[in-house]
Design a protein around this ligand. Structure first.
Ligand code: B12
Ligand code: SF4
Length: 463
């Protein structure tokens, strides 16, 4: 069979990009675990135009909630042309009934244990409607099919070394989507990190670990990083703030080539952190933690969320200065989003605060899909946009870059220059994040034949 794997994507700004920073591992990993008898292509809507006139026998679409409308639109087009279309990913896992309206079959949860079976069934014309995946043991996974990535991604060597996260933040789907914490054998990770068949030096040099919490199991990360030192790579990952209290680990991160760490800082409000169940974050330690990481020349990227129950417009806009004060190199500024499968969704649903007339396009992290507590939805959006514009003004972005010149190692500085300039250019060109309420495909609008499921869908949320 010929299989097209498509990673659906919708840009959040007025204009899309033809090039982008980095792909997910999803598509090239599914391609790698596809039985060798079949031919696979991988397309990323993030940078590729999706051609529905394909000669593939099976179309497999991956998407998360914010891209559901785009994925359903593609599915409708493909099915009009007589194609068999299957899907998987976080959204499908939680909204099974809805997804089954658009796809011939769906895979819930992790796919490793069921994907080959689905392909065999499709080849035999005996596709079932639902394949329930189970947590993968992460042993003997092949190298992702990097050869199938379009050259339009700046960074291409994406790897998952671990899966899952031991924490349970209220807004996050990872604990229910990827239960438990599992590790790949270090030798397999090193093999992938050493993959070198890329055109450009930086694609060979940079390794982006798409782990949710790579550093949490200390003996594992120490072993991995020791072994990475001779590879002389630059690498990035997401981690918990507790790394800052482990100077030995930070030194090892530096020695093994770490250039950037993403921390989920989320808020400067004690009550908000408690609501988020982010017990690992302590506001009083933010500055010292960021300093300890930056002292090793490593850039600190950090996520912040606007829209906690204790937030008002002032507290949201104030974050632009607070994140500067604690020394963040690259901020990621989101709006609270009630993803299905998260505790926050269930709380907001119980309190009748989900804005049911707002479709999945509002679930891109830059729009409002619920009624905030102290302010209204419009004020939350306005405060977020003010925060975003202030944080990426040339003055703020420029200061972050300048600060890096004196502290960061040069790979980390490049990262800061690149990312801050990217967002700042968007802001200067008035290429702002799209306000979905102003869009035809926003409030009350439907994708072709889309009926958004109103009830809580899919898996139960762990207590
Ligand atoms: C890489 C990544 C990104 C990248 C690239 C995304 C892209 N191009 O699709 C970037 C940085 C751009 C990104 C952005 C965002 N992301 Co993101 N991202 C990830 C991340 C960290 C890794 C994805 C990955 O490669 N995983 C490794 C692969 C192997 O696992 P997987 O994708 O889960 O796939 C497995 C199964 O799900 C299944 N599967 C998946 N698809 C399919 C398809 C088929 C056909 C089959 C059979 C099986 C299958 O099989 C795979 C193997 O088991 C995940 C977290 C995670 N751990 O997955 C979050 C995640 C996908 N992101 C998430 C979110 C919320 C966002 C943002 C909205 C964040 C924000 N607030 O700004 C933005 C949206 C951007 C936008 N434009 O709207 C959520 C999605 C939740 C949801 N229900 O939708 C996740 C799960 C993180 C979380 N904490 O909850 N993201
Ligand atoms: S620490 Fe990060 S990955 Fe883990 S549950 Fe919290 S937000 Fe999700």
């Amino acid at each position: 069979m010929k299989i097209d794997i498509i990673i659906a994507y919708v840009q959040r700004y007025e204009f899309g990009h033809e090039y982008d920073f980095v792909p997910p591992v999803t598509g090239i990993h599914l391609a790698a675990i596809t039985p060798a008898a079949h031919t696979v292509n991988v397309y990323h809507q993030q940078v590729d135009k999706i051609n529905t006139d394909t000669d593939a026998d099976l179309i497999a679409i991956s998407f998360f909630s914010g891209f559901a409308m785009a994925a359903y639109t593609l599915a409708v087009e493909f099915r009009k042309k007589g194609k068999t279309v299957v899907a998987g990913g976080p959204h499908v896992t939680y909204c099974q009934t809805e997804a089954l309206e658009y796809f011939d079959a769906i895979v819930t949860g992790e796919a490793e244990n069921v994907w080959p079976q689905l392909i065999n069934d499709a080849a035999a014309g005996q596709l079932k409607r639902l394949y329930a995946g189970s947590p993968c043991d992460m042993q003997d996974l092949p190298t992702p099919r990097y050869d199938l990535l379009p050259n339009k991604f700046f960074i291409r060597k994406v790897i998952q070394a671990t899966r899952g996260c031991p924490f349970s933040c209220s807004f996050c789907t990872v604990p229910s989507l990827n239960p438990g914490f599992r590790l790949r054998p270090v030798k397999d990770v090193l093999r992938d990190a050493g993959y070198d068949q890329f055109d450009y030096w930086w694609q060979r040099k940079i390794v982006w670990f798409w782990d949710d919490n790579l550093t949490i199991r200390r003996p594992y990360i120490r072993e991995l990083l020791q072994e990475m030192i001779p590879l002389k790579k630059w690498w990035l990952t997401q981690a918990s703030m507790d790394i800052a209290k482990d100077p030995e680990l930070l030194d090892l991160m530096k020695a093994s080539g770490c250039i950037g760490v993403f921390l989920g800082i989320e808020s400067f409000g004690t009550d908000s952190l408690a609501d988020a169940n982010k017990r690992q974050n302590k506001i009083a330690h933010y500055s010292a933690a960021v300093k300890a990481i930056r002292q090793r020349g490593i850039a600190v990227m950090a996520g912040f969320i606007a829209g906690f129950d204790h937030d008002d417009e002032q507290s949201i806009v104030r974050m632009a200065d607070q994140l500067m004060e604690i020394g963040i190199d690259v901020p990621f500024l989101s709006i609270m989003t009630p993803f299905r499968g998260t505790p926050i969704y269930h709380t907001l649903k119980k309190e009748d605060r989900i804005l049911e007339d707002r479709n999945w396009n509002f679930y891109n992290g830059y729009n409002v899909a619920f009624t905030p507590k102290k302010i209204d939805a419009e004020q939350l959006l306005r405060a977020h946009r003010t925060l975003w514009k202030k944080s990426f003004s040339p003055w703020y972005a420029g200061r972050r870059i300048l600060r890096g010149i004196f502290t960061l190692r040069w790979g980390a500085l490049l990262l800061s220059v690149f990312m801050n300039s990217f967002y700042s250019c968007k802001r200067m060109r008035k290429n702002y994040p799209i306000d979905m309420t102003k869009r035809k495909n926003g409030v009350n609008a439907v994708a072709p034949v889309l009926r958004q499921e109103k009830e809580s869908c899919g898996l139960a949320v762990p207590a």
